[in-house]
Ligand binder design. Structure first.
Ligand SMILES: [Zn+2]
Length: 365
């Protein structure tokens, strides 16, 4: 994620913090000082927020480490002012595995809350419940932490995407009806809940409106993603392969390729160097290169070398997901070691739309 600072690497996963998070900390100190607190008291508030976000990071590690048990890696964990995001490479296909991965995050917060409660019980001290309305201080710090973790569990278990509860619901439904209809149902239930939140929010608490909108968008995004995936399922790369394409050479100038671009239909190209495909170039790359280096620059300096190579018989849904994840607009397709064609994102989308239209017209007949 852009604008993020790496703060740690734990269990092989990089932890990033988004710069807006620092604004949040600054704002807390400032508003505490404004309300007449001493610097020490203000810093206690910051300390509390840091502890809160440590709990969020542990929550994300719960997801990541459970996913690892099922052979799914996590690229990184990023902390935003609204919470944490674990970039898990893919959602496990089996419903039972998705269920465990989704539950593992909130389970971490249940564990933390239970440990704090156990600590209170063993030490014979009850938490300072009454003083919670006061600013966080040494004496109500742990009670605050306990409440925060319970809140994290309740919030995350709301049965709607993009919350963990939405994934739990989908996984449970998928055990009965298959993944695509389960997603549709889970998304619908989530959207109904979102509407209920907005209504309640208008009546009681403004924050519920935000939560409702957040859930509504999350449910729609998940349903769209799943619809694309299920539309592509059953197809292979060979079904949408393009056989006509131009291969450029790394020594070609930007100028030359811009002319080619304006003159024809292709917007993305493969680029050859030392008799093999070394990378790709898109219209956006060319525009950026033009601004940065001028028109005489050879392609070798600006081409995308993080090329994704696809196999002719790969399932189309896998290929498309990898292309979007790695941001590859065009990919060479091989049979064994022979280059047989290219796949580009746009033409995969066209195929989906044609397929959609065909299904609709078949329904009307
Ligand atoms: Zn979670």
């Amino acid at each position: 994620m852009k604008w993020s600072l790496k703060i740690a690497r734990l269990a092989g996963i990089d932890v990033f913090v988004h710069w807006t998070f620092l604004i949040l900390l600054g704002w807390i100190i400032w508003s505490n000082l404004q309300s007449g607190q001493t610097l020490a008291e203000s810093l206690m508030g910051v300390w509390f927020i840091l502890a809160l976000f440590a709990c969020v990071v542990l929550h994300e590690f719960g997801h990541a480490l459970m996913a690892r048990r099922f052979g799914v890696g996590t690229k990184h964990i990023t902390l935003l002012p609204i919470g944490g995001v674990a970039s898990i490479e893919k959602i496990p296909e089996k419903p039972a595995e998705e269920l465990w991965v989704a539950l593992a995050g909130p389970a971490v917060n249940v564990l933390i809350a239970a440990l704090i409660a156990l600590g209170f019980w063993v030490s014979g001290k009850e938490g300072n419940w009454l003083e919670l309305s006061q600013p966080i201080q040494g004496n109500n710090f742990l009670t605050g932490m306990l409440l925060v973790n319970i809140t994290l569990v309740l919030f995350n278990m709301i049965p709607a995407f993009p919350m963990d509860g939405g994934r739990v619901l989908r996984a449970l439904l998928a055990m009965k009806m298959g993944r695509a209809p389960a997603t549709e149902w889970a998304a619908r239930i989530g959207q109904l809940l979102a509407i209920a939140f907005v209504f309640l929010g208008a009546l009681y608490n403004f924050w519920l409106i935000f939560i409702g909108l957040f859930i509504y968008l999350g449910a729609s995004a998940e349903a769209n993603y799943e619809a694309t995936q299920s539309m592509l399922s059953g197809y292979r790369v060979r079904d949408v392969l393009m056989h006509q394409f131009t291969i450029l050479h790394a020594s070609n100038s930007i100028d030359y390729v811009v002319k080619l671009l304006l003159d024809g239909q292709e917007k993305e190209f493969l680029v050859e160097e030392d008799q093999q495909i070394a990378g790709s170039i898109t219209r956006d790359d060319l525009i950026k290169g033009l601004q940065q280096f001028g028109k005489k620059e050879p392609l070798s300096h600006i081409l995308n070398r993080q090329l994704l190579r696809l196999d002719l018989d790969m399932p189309l849904s896998d290929a498309y997901r990898k292309m979007t994840e790695t941001n590859n607009k065009i990919c060479p397709v091989y049979r064994g070691s022979d280059l047989v064609g290219v796949l580009n994102q746009e033409n995969v989308m066209e195929t989906i739309m044609v397929e959609n239209a065909l299904r609709d017209s078949a329904r009307k007949v």
